[in-house]
Design a protein around this ligand. Sequence first.
Ligand code: ASP
Ligand code: MG
Length: 404
Amino acid sequence: MKLLVQKFGGTSVANAERIHRAARRAIKAKNDGYSVVVVVSAMGGATDDLLDLAGQINSNPPRRELDMLLTTGEQVSIALMAMAISAAGHEAISLTGGQIGLITDAVHTKARIQKIDAERIRKEHAAGKIVIVAGFQGIDETGEITTLGRGASDTTAVALAAVLGAERCEIYTDVDGVYTTDPRIVHAARKIDRISYDEMLEFASLGAGVMHSRAIEFGKKYNVDIHVRSSLTDTEGTLITKEVKQMENIVVSGVTLKTDMAQFLLQDLPDDPGVAAGVFASVAEAKVAVDDIIQTVGDSAKASISFTVEKNDLAECRLVCDKIAKQYNIKSVECVSPVSKVSIVGVGMKSHTGVALTMFKALANAKVNINAITTSEIKISCLVNPEQGEQALKAIHSAFELDD
Ligand code: ASP
Ligand code: MG
């Protein structure tokens, strides 16, 4: 029998009316002949409220107890969803992560899924029920309750779709799909019909993700078609799917702008083996996540290394850089903050030429200076001054003819 996983995010179950609306979707899918699994998040804002409450009680709550607390958010939604389906005259059953045998490692608040036992869900489907599953949670081998990290109900949904061999995983959210860029900044942004997993992963790492990146990784690994769409309308959203030849005809799928970054520049480092390793050992030790890294070597046999980090790691990173400066006896550690990064993403880049030129020309015409450039196989990024970020975004978006 064909099977569908539908995931409803916090805004899509934020009140009674929306829960009824979501329930009607699940019932419609059932009437269309599907076995249905509904995965839900906590009601909009509920997880934040619980975290806030925990903070008022204990500024550093035990992680096990945080998981115990946070999982209640999803438990509220599953029960209400099952009641809504029952009120509409259909059979449903709500189940926690533990009840469906979603086993994780024991790392509280950011556990990873190890296995899912599909038996219970299959049994309930065989009895004709719509199965409602709490997202974001599981249990470890010893039965302790765990959570999978913020936003991870998406991951629960895609993992279930993979294990159950679902036809696809529908992600219902408050936007109607993935756009060529942020429509709040560029009004001419267009909804993308189809996008590859890799492009979507780049979008997510550039802060433009509608979805949790681990969910996309799961989708890619197990080849699950993911349909991101609005819970408030019936319009088609965006299909995240495996890369096909015709996707390469589109040179650039989207343009992103990441703000609130900081750039560090270490100059006059010795140009010797082991220096970069030494620098980034210190950075890693401080648990600072590094974004793009650039090293250049001048004719004086000195190297400079620059790298970007999230702005909230700035203070921590400054301390680390001072330590590095002492270690290598260098004077200048420069820090520019904030900086913005504009990027183009597209699998078509692999087979088209002149892509970088189009991007740089667009920036030149808009009189935007480029402070640094980094690339990957399907992405080109430029660091720009934050005051010019939006202008840069618009110029590039229209240069690649992405405007509606
Ligand atoms: N409720 C959890 C959160 O807010 C999980 C989710 O919504 O995906 O992070
Ligand atoms: Mg969410």
